[in-house]
Design a protein around this ligand. Structure first.
Ligand SMILES: [Zn+2]
Length: 67
């Protein structure tokens, strides 16, 4: 799955705060995500995150790559 920094993910499983939108802060072996509902940031294993992604919004993606 093509997920990069700056993408806005819609998750299958909602965060406890009720939001299903997560912003990708960092991608690589693990993702660093920020919940758009409560602003909490967390790391998640890539394979685990990808299973939970319903949709990817790439319109906000930043042009420069971090890696
Ligand atoms: Zn949240």
């Amino acid at each position: 799955m093509d997920i990069k920094k700056g993408d806005l993910l819609t998750m299958k499983k909602k965060h406890p705060c009720g939001s299903d939108k997560m912003l990708v802060l960092r991608s690589g072996m693990d993702f660093k995500l920020r919940c758009e509902g409560c602003g909490r940031e967390f790391m998640i294993i890539r394979s685990k995150a990808e299973k939970n992604v319903r949709a990817v919004d790439r319109t906000k993606r930043e042009e420069q790559t971090e890696e």
